[in-house]
Ligand binder design. Structure first.
Ligand SMILES: Cc1cc2nc3c(=O)[nH]c(=O)nc-3n(C[C@H](O)[C@H](O)[C@H](O)COP(=O)(O)OP(=O)(O)OC[C@H]3O[C@@H](n4cnc5c(N)ncnc54)[C@H](O)[C@@H]3O)c2cc1C
Length: 467
């Protein structure tokens, strides 16, 4: 039950927090600090409310998990560091849905976006959408499902009782607060909750990078987008892979004609609506997503580069007349974060073999897409791996080192190559749906997620699917 402030309980404990580069540090109340360290004073944190399911992060995976858990009957809270739902879809202005040809919430979302004329383009395997409509659709769906949303609220610590995750601690303008739930879902993309809970994790290719580059997108407007079709990816119904690659090549040549050599050698423009376009034209290399200083530097570089590119194209005049930036995102797009150790790890061999699992929550079909790790690498590559459609099992969504914690989206358990395929948003949504029904059932039956079979949990899917 929700607690009113006057009846709040308090949580006092040594909580686990994150130190430099995501390494785990213990926040202690020791009285004599080590040189170079400050010691945090021990304090009581109000336990604001109990829930059935707490979802951390509202990207494609988290927002889906929250909506589906609520539709399955759970009392759900959704915590988001930014001020909109959708994660990379909205806060990072992604603009394009991949591996989305799947049943359930994927289909429902496309239908709801289509209903408001907010999807365009029928790329080989993708659909463009308007990020502002996406924000609104997701907010309406969360409200309708009864999800309690907390914006501008970051998860900063985890409290455990034995192996079980008991509460998360958040920081916001309301201060430091604790929230209990029966089941938790880490959908922070970067696996913050799993790491805070003390789970093992990997980042990038080896233990801690090299990582895929981070990229800043931008919303653009131009006088007449119909004159730019040879530079635009995935517009029109007769689009082929060849024409999409040609569009990238033409755009790269055009940017160079304007006197600029972009950091990403496969620059892409997607159609959004009328003369509104979405551009992906930047790579920032060698960034560890858990290093805030490095991410800040990348953000400053990226935004400056986008302005330079747009200025160079506009200076060409002609069809580029009137080109300008409408918006750059509040969050630079992160491809690679922590991958939390689960009860199964999806690996390259699964992709090559087209693995099948009894507890499959989604069949992923997207190719391995490793963007250049350095400026000298090809813009992107499949690293020589040919993907056969493969299953992601529920076990890859359940933390191994603690109980009561699921993962959904790009922070599930997998290796670098597998992640480079399953990370796209159609799979994140399907994982969110699975985490939603499984966490709701676990909470309702007072079990941990690993004690719930996919056969049982998937029986809830018809209840949460709304066409
Ligand atoms: C530049 C770029 C281009 C891409 N292109 C495509 C594409 O064309 N099509 C496609 O389908 N996929 C694409 N992807 C991949 C895809 O966007 C991501 O893999 C996908 O968004 C993963 O979803 P997620 O929900 O796991 O994570 P995210 O979308 O990253 O969402 C995580 C959410 O958690 C929040 N959060 C993080 N930490 C905390 C915390 N401690 N407390 C509270 N909230 C927190 C974040 O603010 C965010 O809202 C691209 C990714 C990038 C970066």
């Amino acid at each position: 039950m929700d607690q009113t402030p006057s009846r709040r309980r308090f949580l006092t404990s040594s909580l686990l927090g994150l130190g430099a580069l995501g390494a785990l540090t213990k926040v202690t109340a020791a009285s004599s600090p080590k040189p170079g360290f400050l010691t945090e004073a021990e304090r009581d944190i109000p336990v604001v409310a109990d829930s059935d399911v707490i979802v951390c992060g509202s990207g494609p995976a988290g927002v889906t998990a929250a909506i589906c858990a609520a539709r399955a009957g759970a009392k759900v809270r959704l915590f988001e560091a930014h001020g909109s739902l959708g994660g990379v879809w909205t806060s990072s202005l992604l603009g394009y849905l991949l591996d989305f040809d799947k049943p359930g919430f994927n289909q429902e979302l496309v239908r709801r976006l289509r209903d408001r004329d907010a999807v365009v383009g029928t790329g080989v395997n993708g659909i463009s959408y308007h990020p502002e409509d996406m924000k609104l659709v997701l907010e309406e769906l969360c409200l309708a499902a009864g999800v309690t949303v907390h914006f501008h609220t970051r998860v900063v610590a985890v409290h455990k009782v034995g192996r079980r995750v008991d509460a998360i601690v958040t920081e916001s303008k309301s201060g430091r607060e604790a929230w209990r739930a029966a089941t938790f879902v880490d959908a922070t993309g970067d696996g913050d909750v799993g790491a805070l809970a003390g789970c093992e994790f990997e980042i990038g290719m080896a233990d801690a990078c090299p990582c895929q580059p981070v990229s800043m997108d931008a919303l653009l407007v131009v006088k007449d987008a119909s004159k730019l079709t040879r530079f635009i990816h995935g517009s029109g119904s007769a689009v082929s892979k060849q024409s999409m690659n040609d569009a990238k090549k033409h755009l790269l040549a055009e940017i160079k004609r304007g006197g600029f050599d972009p950091s990403y050698q496969g620059p892409t423009i997607f159609p959004i609506r009328d003369n509104l376009l979405l551009a992906m034209m930047n790579h920032e290399y060698g960034i560890n997503a858990t290093d805030a200083t490095a991410v800040t530097k990348a953000t400053l570089n990226a935004r400056a580069e986008l302005h330079r590119i747009v200025k160079a194209l506009r200076a060409l005049g002609g069809d580029w007349e009137g080109l300008q930036i409408v918006a750059t995102p509040e969050q630079i797009g992160i491809r690679d974060g922590r991958r939390i150790k689960g009860r199964y790890k999806v690996v390259k061999a699964d992709l090559v073999a087209g693995a099948r699992h009894e507890d499959s929550v989604v069949r992923a079909t997207f190719s391995v897409d490793v963007h250049a790790l350095t400026r000298n690498d090809p813009a992107y590559s499949n690293q020589g791996v040919k993907v056969k459609p493969y299953d992601i099992p529920l076990r890859a969504l359940i933390a191994k080192d603690v109980d009561g914690l699921m993962m959904a989206g790009r922070c599930i358990s997998g290796d670098f190559i597998a992640h480079a395929s399953y990370r796209v948003t159609g799979n994140a949504v399907a994982m969110g749906e699975a985490a939603g029904v499984t966490s709701a059932l676990a909470a309702a039956s007072q079990r941990a997620p690993h004690e719930v079979s996919w056969q049982e949990a998937s029986a809830l899917l018809p209840k949460v699917r709304q066409g």
